[in-house]
Design a protein around this ligand. Sequence first.
Ligand code: NAD
Length: 515
Amino acid sequence: MTTLQSKDQFGAVGPSGENGSAQSGSRLLRRRMLIGGEWCDAASGQTIMVENPARKEALGEVPRGAAVDVDRAVAAAGAAGAAWARIAPRERGRACLAIAEVLEARQEELARLIASETGNAIRTQARGEAKWVADVFRYFGGLAGELKGMTLPLGEAMLSYTRREPIGIVGAIVPWNAPAQLASLKIAPAICAGNTFVLKAAEDAPLAVLMIAEICQAHLPPGVVNVLTGYGVECGEPLAAHPQIRKLSFTGSTAVGKAIMRAAADRVVPVSLELGGKSPSIVFPDADEDWVVEGVIAAMRFTRQSQSCTAGSRLFVHADIFETFLAKLVARLEALKIGDPLDEATDIGAIINERQFKKVCGYIEEGLRRPDARLVTGGLPPGEGPLATGYFAIPTIFAAGSNDWRLAREEIFGPVLVAIPWRDEAEVVRMANATHYGLAAYVWSREIARALRTAHAVEAGWVQVNQGGGQVLGQPYGGVKQSGIGREMSLEGMLDSFTVTKTVNVNIALPPPVQ
Ligand code: NAD
């Protein structure tokens, strides 16, 4: 195992809290990529500026990686591959457990970094995300002993068994909305299963991922985990197309996911895709209650500015309770505090960047123009005042009769909820399924038979009944339809996504040796 090389990379960063002070423009966090155990600049020397979206200020700078850097990282992963694969799984698991210890000890520092670069509020989001990262390494580290095969009962003459072998070099790409969680969910199972790993972080939020890489590197041989920073087309595309990559694991938009799948098809490389969503939240007439309101807010991920693939962004409320339920929802939503992600009082932070902010505003403008849509709360963000200093969007609800317009069909990835009344159970299920997405769904009713009937009828990879919380480690998680392929986050996910089964048949009924 190599020693910690954090001085180079993080020498300029002090204890927890100092990352927060970089917020005030005091210092730029300069970070480098991890390739073969070394901290590297891009071969071109070019960099990307990382912005603090709550202040519209430069927060840091990372290398602008490109194809040549991808080649180096893949070569480093290749060089490390054979030795890492030979290490006993429980030993690899122990490395993950050691990484988890350090991640846990440094979770506040990680949380502040996440809050600073993503805009996710520290109290409601970033702290939980940082804690989850340590949990992920601990979870998969503990599962190392489960990387086992089976024997087949083929009679006394044959020994037939299977082995769960590593696939090889895994190429992974993550988005910016929950970068630390999503990166750890790929790194930990992949390396625990004996693969080596090249990850491209999202250009908008690479800093927390690089901190995780630093902690990993202290417990792993060089080249087992490599982390690149760069733009999608310049750095992600060559990674997806690299001939030595044996498995692709992508989380991001459906459009880019399709491109990844095409690149994988050229080489018949297995892919896991965790893509977009437009998830329904179905409220039955007996659920006009405060706890459901809380659940719907959680499901919509309002406290992550609804920048979540699983956001329950289409709210189907039974017509009998439509107005009373919305009134309760509005009152609760308007009490949430929007502001600086590092402020403990803040519930809702900032949208990731200007492009996304303008996109969200564009959807709100379209809703405001639409004659058959009614603005229930929110609207366009103020052009001046404290909220204008960052990309702060206001939680917005439109009531609409139709499930068939842009705001109800497209993934906005911002705090814009469309509420639609319904009367007939079959009709609401039809509307819920009238989308090319199928990631998550939420059903709200005390009548468990109809809640489960609905849960089973909805086309989604993950349905929650009477709760709106986040994913739980250990559940096979992923989408159906154009929300993705494959399952990660669980033991099955590690086995299916990051190992390949080899079958060995041994003839044990050999004739006696000729004397
Ligand atoms: P995105 O697809 O634009 O980018 C995701 C990543 O892909 C980034 O690292 C980006 O640099 C890279 N990329 C972009 N173009 C690429 C290309 N041509 N080749 C290779 N890589 C490329 O998505 P985003 O805007 O960063 O993230 C938001 C999307 O991610 C939403 O659609 C959201 O639903 C989805 N998402 C899904 C899940 C899930 O678990 N299903 C989780 C989080 C986010």
